[in-house]
Write a protein that binds this ligand. Structure first.
Ligand code: F0G
Length: 459
């Protein structure tokens, strides 16, 4: 039987008008922005699929909670609400709030990495790797090979390859490893989940060598949905239980609340390790704010606390992930090359297959994102050679196998008709792909270059 429709378990109470512009206007704006969608003004964007980070629509309960912000410098009521929610939903003992995810990564990297140590990760994430390298750590990719292949339909492309972990220990010794950084719904692989079975094996392996798992829990709930749908034994388990089991295999996590937690700002570090917690508290007061607010206002912490309970409602997470799947389905039907299976937060266009006439050094994904904006006012993001940056040792471009454009779906914000507009625009571009030209980089920042780099069209 065809899968039944699951509609959104909410209705719309407030709307935000968005601007429709002309093609000529957008061509001018993208030129002014140096062909970098990060440099566009949001007002000039019709459908904003740049990111799912901080772009969620909050619920009436979260907004009501904002009015109950206790804006005390120390010990705000909302901190204790957030701490309790984190303990109940994630299951860790100690909470250190931060203004967003990368602040928690900064603290974790500085405190848990000795210069020269390896940090195995199931694929890199931009800010996570940056902080790891700033702390003197060396990124070690331990994701399965399938994750680097946009056409592999492996159901758990976020899985860790245990042989790769073993090889590192055999060659360098367990003491050369700082900790394992494990991310659910791997962003750079296309939002791909790992299985609980794989995580269990990784946890057993880590235990054998006395290594800690610290999750990047940013999109853990979306990963739990895939486990519920795809993994034997989980079909009847509530998302809330699956999340608790997942987190139980780690010592702690860093978190960007701007994703799963359904808020516009926030993040945290959570752990069961008291010694690490004490050091993290000492560090957070230097870089973020007192350990009971970490750069957040009381009202922000209240919104996070309430968002944590909402994100684990089964009907919510099903409609969220299925909207992403809907866009993927429309693109597939139109013959547009995308990464399969479709991930939890975004659909990724495969720019290598979309624009096979462009070599990677002509930045095909960057060019495609700019063209998409000109065609329909849809803003997306490059996730290819520009995002990958340069190798810190050789100074050469890193050349990732994946050259992608990310169409990231904000949570509870757009309707499926918006998704139709996006799909039609991608399809129209695909039909005229031969006319799309590459770009050259004319300004390159020294780190995280994708945010501020500028380009010009090649003749
Ligand atoms: N980890 C992952 C997997 C992320 O996707 C992000 C942010 C972070 C950590 C950092 O969190 O932004 O709160 O500091 N990703 C955003 C994105 C920026 O668009 O994918 P942050």
């Amino acid at each position: 039987m065809k899968q039944r429709t699951i509609a959104e378990p909410y209705k719309i109470k407030m709307v935000e008008p968005i601007k429709m512009t002309t093609r000529e206007y957008r061509a001018e704006k993208v030129r002014e922005a140096g062909y970098n969608t990060f440099l566009l003004h949001s007002e000039d964007v019709y459908i904003d699929l740049l990111t799912d980070s901080g772009t969620s629509a909050m619920s009436d309960r979260q907004w009501a909670g904002m009015m109950l912000g206790d804006e005390a410098y120390a010990g705000a009521r909302n901190f204790y609400n957030m701490e309790r929610a984190m303990q109940e939903i994630y299951g860790f003992k100690y909470l250190v709030p931060t203004h967003q995810g990368r602040a928690a990564e900064h603290i974790t990297s500085q405190l848990r990495t000795k210069p020269g140590q390896y940090v195995p990760m199931n694929m890199y994430f931009t800010t996570t790797r940056e902080h790891m390298e700033r702390a003197g750590g060396i990124f070690y990719d331990c994701i399965i090979d399938e994750a680097h292949d946009p056409q592999s339909e492996h159901p758990f492309k976020g899985n860790v390859d245990l042989n790769k972990l073993q090889r590192l220990v055999d060659e360098k010794g367990a003491e050369s490893i700082a900790y394992l950084s494990i991310a659910p719904c791997v962003n750079m692989a296309g939002g791909q989940p790992f299985s609980m079975e794989n995580l269990r094996q990784v946890a057993e392996w880590a235990k054998r060598y006395g290594l800690a798992i610290i999750f990047d829990a940013t999109r853990a709930v979306e990963n739990c949905y895939f486990i519920q749908q795809r993994e034997e034994g989980y079909a009847n388990k509530p998302i809330r239980e699956i999340l608790r089991e997942m987190m139980s295999y780690g010592e702690g996590c860093t978190m960007s609340s701007k994703k799963d937690n359904l808020v516009n700002i926030g993040g945290f570090l959570a752990t069961n390790n008291e010694e690490f917690f004490i050091k993290a508290k000492e560090m957070v007061v230097v870089f973020e704010g007192l350990h009971t607010y970490g750069g957040l206002s009381g009202r922000d912490m209240e919104a996070v606390a309430r968002g944590m309970y909402e994100m684990v409602e089964d009907a919510y997470i099903a409609s969220r992930v299925r909207q992403v799947e809907y866009l993927g389905q429309r693109l597939r039907e139109g013959g547009v090359p995308i990464v399969l299976p479709v991930g939890g937060h975004a659909v990724f266009l495969d720019a290598k297959r979309f624009l096979p006439h462009l070599p990677q050094e002509h930045f095909p994904a960057q060019a495609l994102a700019a063209e998409l904006y000109v065609d329909s006012g849809v803003r997306s993001m490059e996730r290819g050679i520009v995002s990958a940056g340069r190798d810190p040792v050789t100074g050469e471009h890193r050349r990732p196998k994946l050259e992608l454009v990310r169409l990231t779906i904000p949570r509870r914000v757009y309707t499926n008709l918006h998704m139709d507009v996006v799909a039609e625009s991608c399809q129209a571009l695909y039909e005229e792909r031969d006319r799309i030209k590459g770009l050259k980089m004319v300004y390159e920042p020294s780190s995280l270059r994708f945010f501020q780099a500028r380009f010009e069209p090649l003749p």
